[in-house]
Structure formats: structure tokens, C-alpha cells
Ligand binder design. Sequence first.
Ligand SMILES: NC(=O)c1ccc[n+]([C@@H]2O[C@H](COP(=O)([O-])OP(=O)(O)OC[C@H]3O[C@@H](n4cnc5c(N)ncnc54)[C@H](OP(=O)(O)O)[C@@H]3O)[C@@H](O)[C@H]2O)c1
Length: 400
Amino acid sequence: MTALQVALLGYGTVGKGVYQTIHQHQARIRKLLGREVKVAAVLVKDLSKHELPDQEVILTDQFSDILGIEHIDVVIDAIVGVEPGFTYLQEAIKKGCHVITANKEMFAYHSSTLQNLAAEHGVTVGFEATVAGGIPIIQTLKKLLNANKVQSLQGILNGTSNFILTKMREEQLSFSEALTLAQQLGYAEADPANDIEGHDAFYKAVILSEVLFGEQPVWEDTVREGIAEITIDQIDYFHSLGLRFKHVASLEKAADAIKCSVKPVLVSSSHPLYQVENVQNAINIEADIVGSISLQGPGAGMFPTASAIIEDLIHIDDKEYIPCFDEELSPVSSATASVWVILGKSAIIDLPDSVSIIRKIGDTAWLVEATEDSISAVKELPCFQLLGSVDQIPKVEKVY
Ligand SMILES: NC(=O)c1ccc[n+]([C@@H]2O[C@H](COP(=O)([O-])OP(=O)(O)OC[C@H]3O[C@@H](n4cnc5c(N)ncnc54)[C@H](OP(=O)(O)O)[C@@H]3O)[C@@H](O)[C@H]2O)c1
């Protein structure tokens, strides 16, 4: 059988990982696919920076050279930014190629256009690598949790933010020291805004929402906050109460809308995300038959991301899955209350009626119940949503 011909867009961290993985794991891939996989061409931006190990592979800076190759089966997108990736993948699909992408920003904007176009042309779109690197969350949701209705999902989807929060707590680093360390270790970009302002986790949440619910949340209605405002004093104080800060993306289909938020929250030790440290990612799923499931693993990096892409490649010809989206999955409305911690004063005053105090949990911290809207009215005091049980949090005897 003829080899499966692949074109690789991008030869950076991810592109090199894919190239090497195809070569190093050829025997196993051949066994699984029934034929060899060959990288036919690689597209880069700056030719002068690159030399490929195999001289037979075309190295080009022109996408037209890729389209001009007589037979390409799969185009793998490992470049950055919404464009030119979106245009290139549309062109590839129109030419009859399957496509696989790691580019979450582009896919968050254009997933439905690409998937509809692919369906028209009888090809598939793999996007496992767009969310949580090596964790096989997309295939799990699409293929292994079909009878289950997934009611909600919470995930640590940005390894850089998780690394910074972990180092601030464990090594008493300031936010900027922890960020510098993340950059020195290659976890954060030179411009880290995408990671620390929550954009990266937001794109991933949007992609997960489409897989789970068949639609995206309204972007403007999503709470998107990064971690730059978290101070070492806050981290220490909550640590003394047994709580950890985590940057968490949450999704839930409520009766009236998809609830989506990406923000720093406090997590108690009973919650699966409490133990997820450093650059690890994790996703906790609540489904109606199985209950609670957590997947944890490396959320980025050369080989974890290549792993996700190669698994998509192996399944490129799988029969199309039939999504089953329910009109309404959860009886909750977007106005359902959650538990929050307000960091305030020793005596709490002037809370709106819609915020009810549960109890005091430290000298200056209060556990309250409120909706997202009500809590946003408590502007003058830092408020953080709490995930996990509150039973382990010590009671403060002397109450207000
Ligand atoms: N790094 C990760 O761990 C990770 C994990 C999951 C998803 N992703 C996603 O995967 C994609 C690639 O990430 P990366 O970390 O591999 O980035 P990277 O190291 O910066 O590499 C990007 C590659 O794309 C090429 N490129 C950029 N713009 C191009 C253009 N206009 N035309 C042709 N080639 C172009 C660059 O060419 P030159 O080398 O010539 O400049 C480079 O080879 C991104 O969308 C990222 O969000 C990354």
C-alpha cells in the first residue's frame, strides 16, 4: 500500500516533535495504519533558520508549493496565529486533504467553518492537540463518553499559569519572579500575555464547549481573568487555611445559556484539581452515569503535543462520530449560586442582600453563597469562587 503523505505546516516546538515522532515510531504507526507515514513537505516562515534531517523532504516558505504536490493525504498545522493557518487549512480541505491542527487560537475562531467545509469534502479535522496538550480529552469526550451526558467540566488548561501559582506558593516567589522562571525554563512565551491573562485557557474552553454542547458560549458573556493580580500574601493566607489558587476554566450548560468562566479560583483539598501542580494540566468531568472523572497530564511541550497529533493521525479515517447534543442538560440556571471566599475585614459589613454569609473561615476571610452577578457587586473586596468541599476548612469560633 502506498505511504500516507503528510505535509507539516511549521517546524518549531510542535512541528519538530511531530516530525521526530513519525520517524521514531514508524513501525508502530505502520502497524496501526496498515501503511507507512511519510512527511512529504515542511512549511516554515524563515527558510534560513532550518535544515531538515532528510534531504528528500521538501522545505519551503510558500504554501503554494505544498498545494502543488500531486498527492498529500494529511496537512498538519503547527503554526501560530489565526492567519495564515485558517486560510491554509481551508485550501487543504478543498483539495481533499484531511487536516490536523494544534493551533487553538485559530480553531477557537473557526472550528465550525473548518468542520463544515471538511464534511462537505468528505475529510476530517483532528484537533486533539488544541486542548491540554497530551491529555486525550477531545477523543474521550467524542468517542468514549457518548451515552453519558457531561453536565459540567472544570480544567486547569494553561500550564504556565499553574506553574507560576505553584512556584509562588512553594518557593515564595513574587509573580514577576515566577514568570521570569517560567520564561527561563521555556514554559512561557517572551510575550506571556496569552497565558497569564487567560486568553489561552479561554480558547481551549471554547473548543471544549463545542465538543460538549455543540456550541460556543457567548464570548462577551464569559468571565476571563488571568492570574497577574494574585499576590503572594493572598497565596500564603489561603494556604494557611488549606486552600490553593488554581487558574480554572469551567463550563456548564445551564437552562438559559452555556456558563463559561476562566479565572483564578480557590480549591480545597477534596477537589481533584487541588493536587495538580507545576505545568501539569487536568480536566475534571461530571457526567450523569459515570459520575466524576479526572484526566491529568502534560498540557504542552514537544512530545506531549506531538502525541496528540499522532493519535489524530492514527484515527484520521475513523467513521464520523455522530454528536448527540441535548437542548438542556442541567436544571441549573446561569443565576444559580456558588460558594465564594471574600477576603475582607475582621467584621464584614455592607454586603448586598443577594450575598449570604455561610461562615467566617479565617481572621479576614468569609465564606459566602452568591451568584456571579451578585458577587461582582462586591467590588471593593477580593472575591474568589471556591471549588471542593468546605468541610475541611477550620471553623472560626468567634463569629461576627
Ligand atoms: N508549544 C506547545 O507546547 C504547544 C502545545 C499545544 C499547541 N500548540 C500550538 O501549536 C502551534 C505551534 O506552536 P509552537 O510552540 O511549535 O510554535 P513555534 O515554536 O513558534 O513554531 C512555529 C512554527 O511555525 C512557523 N510559522 C509561523 N508563522 C508562519 C507563517 N506565516 N508561514 C509559515 N510558517 C510559519 C515558524 O516558522 P519559522 O521557524 O521559520 O519562524 C515555526 O516553524 C501554535 O498554534 C500553538 O498554539 C503549541
